[in-house]
Design a protein around this ligand. Structure first.
Ligand SMILES: O=C(O)CCC(=O)C(=O)O
Length: 364
């Protein structure tokens, strides 16, 4: 990638301290430049919507998580990994400097849980192909029971051999959105063994996403999960391309990486269109650990305003299917200030391809 395109990076970059640990600070935001658009790389069209089974839907509703083996094929996962590795490599010096500045000795000792890059979709064609795909976005909408979703963020997570635990947390506690409809697809890009073999897959506290008593009474929502309160579940082992989906309120964590290889994963988070941002008062109660991911767009919206912004695009970009369109007139971005409407070019390739697919399906 040439210097011009490199300068177009808009992602926020930081490496995280353990969840729940103090002083997990992000680097300054890089200058925000236009979102780069490019068609999906060949082999990453991902036009077919995955269909969650009734079992998946029930598990997601009751437990707050479900697994979808082979959501990406091995070849698709390899393409994504290759591009994200290259992206990560371009930022190695920057990341190492930041790690040293933020974590000093702890970084040297690998006590951080992972290295993390946000919102690669703004600069990587492969990441954009995944986050705007029919396959992920329609699955997210089905799991959340809504017509359209918006992309909240993507996150590349590199958990090196010997990196520490990801501490218990719930994602919505760190997002400035007033919503209950928020879901993350966590994609394994390298093999993840079982925990008994040193693997570091996500572990979910089943049912905690609807444990209002915990959410209401717990003094510290990111405290370790009380023994026996929930059944703890991991879906490991994972092959590259396997995915888990988890609800925004579910408590989850991951053990240290004791395997003999680095763990690469890509997490894509969606929310149901229609959510509003938190008020200033509400924001005082949230954990701002992920602020490098959202502070750019949040600063451009009024507190409590609809979460509508070009950095929160509707996905997939294709119009709702005819039956859905008949049932409910699309209200996409109605009334939003022009500056806040998704960029016409963003993810337009997904829209074009989906339209072509619908047309050809109609001919068959
Ligand atoms: O990959 C990890 O260890 C943590 C990821 C996570 O917490 C998430 O995707 O919500």
């Amino acid at each position: 990638m040439g210097p011009g395109l490199r300068a177009a990076f808009t992602l926020a970059l930081f490496v995280a301290a353990p969840r729940g640990a103090p002083a997990r600070r992000a680097s300054a935001l890089l200058p925000r430049l236009p979102i780069v658009t490019a068609p999906p790389p060949a082999g990453l069209e991902l036009l077919d919507a995955a269909r969650p089974s009734t079992r998946d839907l029930l598990a997601f509703e009751r437990d707050g998580h479900c697994a979808m083996r082979g959501l990406l094929s091995p070849a698709e996962a390899a393409l994504v990994l290759a591009e994200l590795r290259a992206e990560h490599a371009r930022r190695t010096d920057e990341m190492a400097a930041k790690l040293r500045a933020d974590h000093g000795e702890r970084f040297q000792k690998r006590e951080v849980p992972f290295e993390q890059l946000f919102n690669l979709w703004t600069c990587s064609a492969a990441a954009r192909a995944v986050v705007g795909s029919e396959r992920l976005a329609r699955t997210a909408a089905t799991l959340l029971g809504c017509e359209r979703v918006r992309l909240y963020q993507d996150t590349l997570l590199v958990k090196r051999r010997g990196h520490g635990a990801t501490h218990w947390h719930s994602d919505l506690h760190m997002a400035p959105l007033d919503t209950n409809a928020f879901v993350t697809c966590w994609l394994a890009l390298t093999p993840v063994p079982r925990q008994s073999e040193g693997g570091s897959s996500l572990v979910f506290a089943s049912g905690s996403h609807r444990d209002c008593a915990h959410l209401f009474w717990a003094a510290e929502p990111t405290a370790p999960v009380a023994p026996g309160r929930y059944s703890l579940r991991s879906h490991a082992p994972h092959a590259p391309g396997d995915a888990t989906w988890h609800h925004g309120w579910i408590l989850h964590a991951a053990p240290p990486n004791g395997a003999d290889a680095d763990r690469w994963s890509f997490a894509v988070t969606f929310f149901a269109d229609g959510a509003r941002t938190l008020s200033v008062q509400q924001r005082e109660r949230m954990d701002d650990e992920d602020s490098p991911s959202y502070r750019g767009w949040l600063a451009e919206l009024e507190p409590g305003a609809p979460a509508v912004h070009e950095r929160l695009p509707l996905v997939p970009r294709a119009a709702p299917r005819p039956s859905a369109a008949r049932a409910k007139r699309p209200t996409r971005d109605a009334g939003a200030p022009r500056a806040n409407r998704p960029a016409d070019g963003a993810l337009a390739h997904v829209e074009r391809r989906a339209e072509a697919r619908r047309r050809s399906a109609g001919r068959e």
